[in-house]
Design a protein around this ligand. Structure first.
Ligand SMILES: Cc1ncc(C[n+]2csc(CCOP(=O)(O)OP(=O)(O)O)c2C)c(N)n1
Ligand SMILES: [Mg+2]
Length: 320
């Protein structure tokens, strides 16, 4: 599979947008401008980027509590996202969802979700609908290593397998469920081994290598789109921040943190772009400055947007 300069630069733009969004969210949370919980995706940007680069607008994703990267990679607008984090009426969900419940059905973003593992049956149901309606769309289900221990994971893979549904299960294995290391929360080292139990392909890829993820996802998405059913892709990665903003992270050793910072997916892609002669260092700086500016504009939009009215507290909460 030949990967063009434009494709690689597209990856870079998306990953830097996610990084800048997350860094700004961290800063704003620390000074009390963002209410509620914030779970950041810093260090994991290659996963959403590499997978979603294969998708079309008609395709769907389900996301998690750590969902900002998925939304951006699927085409979500950073100003509406930032306003949602601020709880403003101009946000994606009129400020009623917050960081963990951003959705944009028109873009196929079926929602971030505060309930671990809840996206798996939603993705399976959406894939059933795609097959039933013969829309040729596929569904990507993002979830963590912790979520692969939930019953929803096993039920969803089984159902998707027997019905040959067009869904790709993407496990973002950042090696922790909150403070609990994978070593303690499961008895296997590769989540992809779980695919065997459902008779579907399962692969493990380097989750900090956007190209490897793009290629693995391309194959699984092609398979799903042509009617051959689901796959499981495990991306081994690392969250550079705490589970949530404010987490003291006493469970991570400084050595493992340093090792993984050294594997940061963004400098890694920068090296690739530079070595191929596609960019100069100044071009990369320019992209970073552009994205930082775009996020500043989003923050201004969020800050200057009105607060929701208490009178609207129950509107859009229940479906008729
Ligand atoms: C059903 C359910 N159980 C427990 C929680 C509390 N909880 C929030 S995040 C989390 C860990 C999730 O770990 P993982 O799936 O690996 O995702 P990560 O945070 O590492 O991205 C838990 C247990 C929850 N939100 N929902
Ligand atoms: Mg995890």
């Amino acid at each position: 599979m030949e990967i063009t300069k434009d494709t690689l630069l597209g990856f870079y733009n998306t990953m830097v947008t996610i990084r800048k969004f997350e860094e700004k969210a961290s800063e704003l949370f620390a000074i009390g401008k963002i209410p509620g919980f914030v779970h950041l995706y810093i260090g994991e940007e290659a996963v959403a980027t590499g997978v979603c680069a294969n998708l079309e607008t008609k395709d769907f994703i389900t996301s998690t509590h750590r969902g900002h990267g998925h939304v951006i990679a699927k085409g979500g607008k950073v100003d509406l996202m930032m306003a949602e984090l601020f709880g403003k009426v101009s946000g994606y969900c009129k400020g009623k969802g917050g960081s963990m419940h951003i959705a944009d059905v028109d873009l196929g973003i079926l929602g971030a979700n505060g309930i671990v593992g809840a996206g798996q049956p939603i993705a399976t149901g959406a894939a059933f609908a795609c097959k039933y309606k013969k829309t040729d769309a596929v569904v990507i289900c993002f979830f963590g290593d912790g979520a692969s221990n939930r019953g929803t994971f096993h039920e969803s893979l089984n159902m998707a397998s027997i019905f040959k549904l067009p869904v790709v299960f993407v496990c973002e294995n950042n090696m922790y469920g909150i403070s609990v290391s994978q070593k303690y929360h499961m008895n296997i080292s590769d989540v992809s081994d779980r695919a065997v139990a459902y008779g579907i392909p399962g692969v493990t890829v380097d989750g900090n290598d956007v190209i490897a993820i793009y290629e693995a996802a391309a194959e699984a998405i092609h398979r799903a789109r042509k009617g051959d059913g689901p796959s499981l892709i495990e991306c081994k990665t690392w969250r550079q921040k705490g589970h949530f903003e404010g987490d003291p992270q006493t469970y991570k050793s400084p050595e493992e943190q340093a090792e993984w910072i050294g594997k940061d997916p963004i400098p890694r892609l920068e090296k690739k772009l530079l070595s191929l002669g596609y960019v100069q260092k100044a071009d990369l700086e320019k992209i970073k400055a552009e994205k930082a500016k775009m996020i500043e504009t989003a923050v201004r939009f969020a800050e200057t947007s009105p607060e929701p009215s208490p009178a609207d507290v129950l509107t859009d909460v229940y479906a008729d």
